[in-house]
Design a protein around this ligand. Structure first.
Ligand SMILES: Cc1cc2nc3c(=O)[nH]c(=O)nc-3n(C[C@H](O)[C@H](O)[C@H](O)COP(=O)(O)OP(=O)(O)OC[C@H]3O[C@@H](n4cnc5c(N)ncnc54)[C@H](O)[C@@H]3O)c2cc1C
Length: 612
């Protein structure tokens, strides 16, 4: 019987997701089947000097802390503004329940009155992890490493430490490929590392019968079916590898920090908000100011301070510390110690546009299915709880330019059962569509299954920036995302979406009577569905983020064009580096967690080399 047909299942409206989570947590507790890692706050009373201080225990910072503390002679302090990841971080499908909680910085872009007007208040949510593991503790778990051209262009721009060979070596150093199917294929297993600290695997996918059909449909459109996207250097369709093993998330907290919590030369302090880097008259960083439990403290670094606070906070911290565009600092009453005009500039993100296709299958799930899935997860770590709530593991990389070997577009897809109770909550929390947009998407799911394609523009020409709202470190900075600021971006996105919607003409989608849904954006109502004008209008109004901001502390050869050098040392300041996603000069082809972990590995190596 369909879920909505029974009166008691009116509970599967707004309260349903919470009921679902509560039931799950209860079962988990009763069965004691889930072990959940936490970490004790280090006691550093009486110690205030360290060799290295790392700010931020995210995707990069956790790696750096692990690698530097391998040297027993170095005392390392890792400061993290958030706390332990909650149990919802472990279970892939509960990812969205971390959004808009204390584990999320809850950043928003500034409403520019032009783009994203179909989003609540015209502000795009920039979800960002605030806990051990940072965003790797709440991301969609996709593990990709990017196309070789991404790194070749970094290298060609003068970043000599980042040749394709070095970068690939560092990916392999991080990876521990655990998936049996991948390991059994010699081409795949030789592409990934084995024996590294980060488990890489595949989801135990509940929707495989559907995702296989989608991958087959993509191949019928000319997007080659690949055995592995990494092996295919990101051209074609295939199954995404993920940072999960046996149904449980692998974050940089679980991979890089938890296993070494007993190292006596590494101190990890939670709930410690760094508010300033201390820089002396010789332009040398010598420590940080921190607030913890309302108390201000100062910690000193004899060798280096390393900012791994992410693409939003690292430039914010530099500016709060007097390193940034002079005029902007002075406007905010901050003494400019080093005029570094590119701090906070060069912001790039992967813009995301929704394409909603509906069809007859998959049908509704009922309460028995839900209970079965919970049981499957608790007993075998399988079922829909073992995979991300916002994407399946099918993806395609392609280009709008014929014959191109470098992708400019990516698409993920979420397969949503007819009448699926959590879809509204997931869309609201993830994308923040306004009521009329949300209603137009959800209404059709009452009678149809939804194939929610997320189109992603891989290499935007547009550049945004991050600036200070004030000199108060607790004020969120201003984020000007500038999606489609360069008109070429919208043009590529629209052409690419037109290629995607051709999937409606493939045998599988025809067999399920698939059709394209109209998303209710008032300004776009008069455009013919699936026309170029429709997509330009909908694209402009519904553009959001896939949460991949990079570039705000980009590496490069001079202070006028970049923030750090090729060894990630801040131009103009001694003993200060940035090691996080912000140092990418240009964004990579695909999701950015893997490349950021690689940056952590490479950054730590560069530091070790410098102190040999
Ligand atoms: C919801 C979501 C989904 C995503 N999905 C994917 C995906 O599926 N695959 C993928 O490859 N990428 C994904 N990403 C992107 C990827 O996770 C990020 O690119 C990557 O984690 C960035 O790493 P980072 O080290 O630069 O920053 P973060 O991992 O964000 O770490 C920064 C850390 O610094 C801390 N911090 C910040 N300011 C301070 C301060 N002042 N004092 C002390 N600590 C501070 C933060 O709390 C945080 O822990 C996703 C991101 C999000 C948010």
């Amino acid at each position: 019987m369909p879920l909505t047909a029974t009166p008691c299942l009116s509970l599967f409206q707004w309260t349903a997701p919470l009921t679902f989570v509560a039931v799950f947590k209860y079962l988990a507790a009763v069965h004691c089947l889930l072990s959940h890692d936490t970490l004790l706050d280090a006691d550093i009373r009486g110690i205030n000097s360290f060799d290295f201080i790392i700010v931020g225990a995210g995707s990069a910072g956790s790696v750096v802390a692990n690698r530097l503390s391998e040297n027993k002679n170095w005392n390392v302090l890792l400061l993290e503004a958030g706390g332990d990841p909650p149990i919802t971080s472990d279970i892939p499908a509960l990812q969205t329940l971390l959004y808009k909680t204390e584990n999320d910085w809850q950043y928003k872009t500034v409403n520019n009155g032009v783009t994203s007007q179909g989003i609540e208040n015209g502000e795009v949510s920039w979800t960002k992890g605030k806990m051990l593991g940072g965003s790797s503790s709440m991301n969609a778990l996709v593990y990709l490493t990017g196309n070789d051209n991404d790194y070749q262009s970094w290298y060609d721009a003068g970043n000599k430490e980042w040749s394709v060979d070095e970068v690939r070596r560092c990916f392999k150093k991080a990876e521990d490929l655990r998936d049996e199917v991948m390991l059994s294929d010699p081409e795949i297993s030789s592409t990934y590392g084995q024996g590294g600290l980060l488990a890489v695997s595949r989801f135990k996918n509940t929707y495989r019968s559907y995702t296989n059909k989608i991958i087959e449909s993509w191949s019928q459109l000319g997007f080659k079916n690949t055995s592995d996207l990494n092996v295919a250097n990101y051209l074609g369709a295939g199954i995404l590898p993920v940072t999960a093993f046996n149904g449980v998330r692998e974050s940089t907290f679980t991979a890089y920090l938890k296993p070494i919590e007993k190292r006596s030369n590494l101190k990890i302090v939670k709930h410690a908000l760094v508010t300033k880097v201390l820089i002396d008259a010789n332009s040398t960083a010598y420590g940080v100011e921190v607030t913890k439990n309302g108390v201000k403290k100062t910690y000193l670094a004899t060798r280096e301070v390393i900012l791994s606070a992410g693409s939003v906070s690292s430039p914010q911290l530099l500016m709060l510390s007097g390193v940034g565009p002079q005029e902007h600092l002075e406007t905010n009453n901050i003494e400019c110690l080093v005029n570094s005009p590119m701090v906070g500039q060069n912001l790039q993100d992967h813009a995301l546009l929704p394409v909603t296709i509906y069809g007859d299958k998959p049908d509704s799930i009922n309460l028995i299915d839900v209970v079965q899935n919970i049981k499957d997860y608790l007993l075998y770590r399988e079922g829909f709880l073992a995979q991300s709530s916002i994407i399946t593991d099918a993806a395609v990389f392609y280009s709008t330019r014929e014959g191109a070997t470098y992708p400019n577009s990516q698409s993920h897809v979420t397969v949503v059962n007819k009448n699926f109770p959590l879809i509204e909550l997931n869309l609201k929390l993830t994308f923040g569509y306004n009521a009329s947009v949300l209603e137009s998407i959800i209404d059709l799911t009452k009678e149809h299954a939804l194939y929610f394609f997320e189109y992603i523009l891989l290499h935007p020409y547009s550049r945004g920036n991050i600036s200070l709202a004030s000199n108060d470190p607790t004020d969120a900075p201003l984020i000007y995302a500038n999606y489609f600021g360069d008109p070429r971006d919208l043009e590529i996105a629209v052409n690419a979406i037109k290629m995607l919607t051709q999937i409606l003409n493939t045998p599988y989608f025809k067999s399920i009577n698939a059709f394209l849904g109209r998303m209710n954006v008032l300004a776009c109502d008069h455009f013919e569905l699936d026309s170029v004008d429709y997509w330009k209008c909908v694209g402009t109004n519904l553009v959001t983020s896939i949460f991949h901001p990079v570039g705000t502390c980009q590496m490069g050869t001079s202070i006028n064009t970049s923030v750090v050098d090729s060894r990630l040392r801040v131009h103009g300041v001694k003993q200060l580096r940035v090691i996080d996603a912000g140092v990418m000069p240009t964004i990579t082809s695909g999701n950015t967690n893997g490349p950021t972990i690689m940056i952590g590995e490479r950054g730590a190596e560069l530091i070790k080399e410098d102190y040999l």
